[in-house]
Design a protein around this ligand. Sequence first.
Ligand SMILES: Cc1ncc(COP(=O)(O)OP(=O)(O)O)c(N)n1
Ligand SMILES: Cc1nc(C(=O)O)sc1CCOP(=O)(O)O
Ligand SMILES: [Mg+2]
Length: 213
Amino acid sequence: MDRKDLDVTLYLVTDSSYHTEESLLRTVEEACKGGVTLVQLREKNKGGREYLDKAFKVKEITDRYNVPLIIDDRVDVALACDAAGVHVGASDIPVAVARKLMGPDKIVGATAKTVEAAVKAYEAGADYLGVGAIYPTTTKVVTILTKVSTLKDICEAVPIPAVAIGGLNAGNMDVLEGAGMSGMAVVSAIMKAEDPRKNAQELKQKIVALMGK
Ligand SMILES: Cc1ncc(COP(=O)(O)OP(=O)(O)O)c(N)n1
Ligand SMILES: Cc1nc(C(=O)O)sc1CCOP(=O)(O)O
Ligand SMILES: [Mg+2]
């Protein structure tokens, strides 16, 4: 995909810790059917070989729905499976290095919890920012909460899209109204759903309405 076509409206970040491989892949496919615009494979406890194996399987699905696949943390895995991009945070390789390794055509996403970090990531070549955690989350046990006012300040400070992340679901996302983000990223709200397609559809409808798109 062309980096300029990046659509972060509804960004699914995966969690395989409570899924079998079969249910993980089914959930990703249902989420694609429900309208997610971007998928991130996030594997925290896998070696490179297992991560890559999973990435190929997930990419086979996302490709069928024309949904770009982002790999969390690992540039090597992202390049090896020809993913659309990589997402890096404060403990991963720096954005500038990720950009250099990924090349000019791939997407590099970065986590930013302050305006200063957001500006730094933008200047280092990030295409989008993940900003959170907006609410406490059971998915990422060690994180720092980020206020919606900080999200708003970040959106005003940099020209790249920002996505809100952390504890968000259809019942509490209204807090994002007016913050100026370009989308919302969720794990549990889709990965733990009984009907992931239905949840994705509902989240998509709500986030589009909330952003006034
Ligand atoms: C869209 C998005 N935003 C933030 C993160 C968090 O990344 P990071 O801080 O590197 O933490 P881990 O997810 O790697 O535990 C993300 N992955 N995606
Ligand atoms: C991957 C991630 N990063 C976060 C951050 O704070 O940077 S919070 C988070 C997990 C969000 O999961 P859920 O939608 O289940 O709360
Ligand atoms: Mg990371």
